[in-house]
Design a binder for this molecule. Structure first.
Ligand code: XUL
Length: 525
């Protein structure tokens, strides 16, 4: 069984060894109306502080399991469970909570028994951006943003957990003092099932600005800058596929779980998605949504102040990187609406009027402030000699927006140490991945084959797959990809067209310097 404590809902999926989905269930948090959440959270009046009531997540689990039992799910068949949590969010267990967890009474709900167990009722989540002061403070302690990235995989981010913990220490020291353990949303999920504190896994720990991504230990300078006793309130990071132990007797008595059902570490939703998509060595996944998100499989990561390096959940000696580009589908659609009569058919026809490489024209489109590269806004066009031009024709726009976006994705992936291996695949997911013309450009720009896959609910599915792998791997040593080879099929969608690689290699180098120019021009404004 795989669970996903995501921002808006709690999901569960049950699969068998053939990877067939036997049951799926979801509880939307907003449907628990007494908590008055919108999209699963509360945005406070400062507009920056974003929290979710922790007891709402607990109650959602009560309801979910009840519903699954009612639907006839036979929990006694479940051999192992794991799951995902929205990354970065934190849960504060109050003194005495471990005893409560250990002695859960199967005649009562979890909510009834755990409601007094949290020292902070409203957990900060990843949408929070109220900790800029703490980010600056911690970066100063380690020697700056790049130093923080080198150590922890990312520069200090407002949503990353340690900045939230430091804010608590500074603004509510009593609540911090009354806290015996701090979990991530992921390890909180595992803890509920285990009835005992579970470790934070190394992958999700990489989203805390607190773990050294090489040694996989808490970074002492950051710990000490927060509070000397912080490490004693955290369960140490362990590889994501670590078996934590059997499910609590509570679930055996109340829902008929098998007492031997193993609880495997939960991880972050992004690492779990990488597992659910079954990425392998040197693969890249590109999720084409309102923002575009790249997942890179990396052996030797280069941490930068843009993007994130996480420990890889599947191969614990490897890494993954996450790159989020704000200008994704919304920007493609803006160009379509302005220059291609609001129609994808016209867009695709116009694009075909221009050759691969757009005769050297490059367009960089940031209709909203971008994250990578950070804080640039506006649209910039250049001719084949890198001279700025004021406008492009409609057909040049159609080609330029797609080529410009993928050139930028490619150079930032390369900057983080990504290299295509012989068998590397690009996996395209998300709304725009059904547009074959877009996928062809992606294939040409990256110089690799593009595949698609039916991976709805990749985080919960990834949780279930990780659970299956974790309980078998010590006995048979089979790799994750080999074990899960019968999972959702990779369908070939595009292969690079002859001659395109040479064209885009040159354009990628140009794009790198043009983007640099746009960044410094924006900074000068
Ligand atoms: C990743 C991030 C989000 C959350 C959403 O860094 O903040 O993707 O994990 O669930």
């Amino acid at each position: 069984m795989g669970l996903d404590f995501s921002t808006q809902q709690l999901k569960a999926v049950v699969i068998n060894c053939k990877l067939e989905v036997l049951h799926e269930e979801a509880i939307k948090f907003d449907d628990l109306t007494k908590y008055k959440t919108s999209g699963g959270c509360h945005v406070r009046s400062d507009g920056l502080t974003v929290t979710s009531p922790v007891i709402m997540w607990v109650e959602a689990l009560d309801i979910l399991l009840e519903k699954m039992k009612g639907a006839g799910v036979d929990f006694s068949n479940i051999k192992a469970l794991s799951g995902a949590g929205q990354q970065h969010g934190s849960v504060y267990w109050k003194d005495g909570a471990a005893v409560k967890l250990k002695n859960l009474d199967s005649t009562k709900t979890l909510k009834e028994q755990l409601s007094g167990c949290f020292s902070v009722d409203d957990s900060p989540i990843w949408m929070d951006s109220s900790t800029t002061k703490q980010c600056k403070q911690l970066e100063a302690v380690v020697g700056g943003a790049q130093a923080m990235a080198d150590i922890t995989g990312s520069r200090a981010y407002e949503r990353f957990t340690v900045t939230q913990i430091l804010k608590l220490i500074q603004t509510n020291p009593d609540a911090y003092k009354a806290t015996e353990r701090i979990s991530l949303v992921s390890s909180f999920g595992a803890t509920l099932f285990r009835g005992a504190y579970c470790n934070i896994d190394e992958s999700d720990a990489s989203g805390m600005n607190l773990m050294n991504i090489r040694s996989r230990k808490w970074e002492k300078t950051v710990i000490d800058a927060c509070s000397k006793d912080l490490a004693s309130k955290l369960e140490d990071p362990v590889p994501s596929i670590t078996v934590q132990g059997a499910v609590s007797q509570y679930y055996v008595d109340r829902y008929g779980f098998n007492p031997d059902c193993e609880v495997v570490c939960f991880t972050g939703d992004n690492p779990a998605s990488l597992a659910g998509m079954r990425l392998a060595d040197d693969d890249i996944a590109v999720s084409l949504g309102s923002s575009d998100v790249l997942f890179l499989w990396l052996r030797e990561p280069i941490a930068r102040t843009e993007g994130h390096v996480f420990v890889n959940p599947v191969d614990t000696s490897a890494y993954m990187a996450l790159l989020c580009f704000k200008n994704g589908s919304l920007t493609r659609e803006a160009v379509r609406d302005e220059h291609c009569s609001k129609s994808w058919d016209n867009f695709v026809k116009l694009m075909a009027d221009e050759p691969v490489g757009n005769n050297g024209f490059i367009g960089l489109y940031y209709t909203i402030a971008e994250i990578i590269p950070s804080n640039v806004e506006g649209c910039y066009y250049f001719d084949a000699d890198d001279n700025p031009v004021n406008s492009l024709t409609a057909s040049q726009h159609a080609r330029a927006v797609i080529e410009g976006q993928f050139l930028s994705r490619r150079i930032h992936a390369e900057d983080m140490g990504f290299k295509f291996g012989e068998n590397s695949r690009i996996l395209a997911t998300g709304g725009a991945s059904n547009n074959m013309t877009i996928l062809q450009v992606m294939s040409n720009v990256f110089g690799a084959s593009v595949y698609t896959q039916d991976v709805a609910n990749s985080a919960s599915l990834g949780g279930a797959m990780l659970a299956m792998h974790a309980v078998k791997v010590t006995a048979d040593n089979i790799s994750y990809q080999e074990r899960l080879k019968d999972g959702p099929e990779f369908k070939l969608a595009a292969t690079p067209q002859a001659g395109s690689k040479e064209i885009y290699d040159i354009m990628a180098a140009r794009c790198r310097s043009l983007e640099g120019r746009v960044v410094s021009d924006n900074a000068a404004l």
